[in-house]
Ligand binder design. Structure first.
Ligand code: AMP
Ligand code: TRP
Length: 343
């Protein structure tokens, strides 16, 4: 039996942090055992806000190295660079022409990012979710594992697929029964644990690459001293005794969750262990747990970055494997939209 297929990606902007790991990459590593995985670096998405050309390619390699360092096995999973397959941009254009503008005006992430850009919001930033729909639908995945913040983009992806199927697919009940829809409509896969890792300086905001404060996040490449410093300075509250799920103590909930997810302990045992603790006792415990979990990732990342020939080979092979699917889907969509065949 064929394994269910998943597809996901991360933007190569800045270093990846704990939220990316616990909300996305770690789940992919677990899915790898019984799913066919397509995992990519979304570099075309990275240029939707101003970027530095001198850093883009290296950031792509860094994210690829992080995937592998976290446990993605390139022999099992297909790891590739979005811009290495022109099918992504091309399908995005075709989708642009069937996507109503008002669907995009509703996107929360666009609104948040647009505020930060002021006058300089590009068409690319508005069209970002359409490109994301192309990324996904090209590979006809069953599931798309992402963090909670991407849910709206996945709903849009499903809407675009359904619209294309409706506009250009088989018409009438009988035809629909006989021919499958043009594009498969994928399901989001949002694992509850880790879906929203919050900022270390404000437990009501998600941990984010774009937060100006370095102290708000822990990057996967942070060394022990930096981790210690960030935990020492992170926001807490004056109460003694640590509990999950108290809406008035968002920082407490976030830090306990991090401890739970990285120690591998279950919620009840963490709740019991920390029920009578103060921050002075908990912070060193969390620091040690973070250092233990992140040190092997950092070391492997650094070793891979020192061997770019190997990394490039992985990405070349990934591109070929991705192209075998992407080019077929793109041609299928072009055919149904009535384009003249290439001569
Ligand atoms: P981004 O950093 O926006 O490119 O996100 C890459 C992946 O990490 C997506 O699947 C996000 O949903 C996930 N992600 C980003 N930030 C967080 C966070 N704070 N908590 C959980 N998941 C996150
Ligand atoms: N927009 C996603 C993010 O910011 C990254 C992304 C681009 C993505 N294309 C994708 C994720 C396709 C899943 C599937 O996290």
């Amino acid at each position: 039996m064929a394994q269910p297929r998943i597809l996901s990606g991360v933007q190569p902007t800045g270093n990846l942090h704990l939220g990316n790991y616990l909300g996305a990459i770690r789940n992919w590593v677990n899915l790898q055992a019984d799913h066919e995985c397509f995992l990519f670096m979304a570099d075309l998405h990275a240029i939707t806000v101003p970027h530095d050309p001198a850093e883009l390619a290296n950031n792509v390699r860094k994210v690829a190295a992080t995937y592998l360092a976290c446990g993605i096995d390139p022999k099992v999973s297909t790891v590739f660079v979005q811009s290495h397959l022109s099918a992504h941009s091309e399908l995005a254009w075709l989708f642009n022409c069937i996507t109503p503008l008002n669907w995009l005006e509703r996107m929360i992430q666009f609104k948040e990012k647009a505020i930060k850009q002021g006058e300089n919001v590009s068409i690319g930033l508005q069209g970002y979710p359409v490109l994301q729909a192309a990324d996904i639908l090209l590979y006809e995945p069953d599931f798309v594992p992402v963090g909670e913040d991407q849910k709206q983009h996945l709903e849009l992806t499903r809407d675009i697929a359904s619209r294309l199927n409706h506009l250009f697919g088989p018409k009438g009940k009988k035809a629909k029964k006989e021919a499958p829809p043009i594009l498969k409509v994928p399901e989001p896969l949002i694992q509850k644990a880790g879906a929203r890792v919050m900022s270390l300086t404000d437990g009501t905001k998600k941990m984010s690459k774009s937060d100006p404060s370095e102290l708000s996040r822990i990057d996967l490449t942070d060394g022990p001293d930096l981790i210690k410093k960030k935990i020492k300075k992170c926001k807490t509250d004056p109460e003694r005794g640590l509990v999950f799920d108290n809406p008035e103590r968002p920082e407490c909930n976030n830090l306990l969750n991090l401890y739970m997810l990285l120690s591998g302990k279950d919620k009840d045992s963490v709740a019991a262990e920390c029920a009578d603790m103060g921050w002075g006792q908990f912070k060193p415990l969390l620091t040690d747990t973070l250092v233990e979990a992140l040190t092997p990732i950092r070391e492997k990342h650094d070793a891979l970055m020192a061997d770019t020939a190997y990394l490039d080979e992985v990405l070349r092979d990934g591109r070929d494997r991705a192209d075998a699917l992407a080019s077929v889907t793109l041609q299928k969509v072009k055919d149904t939209m009535g384009f003249m065949k290439p001569l």
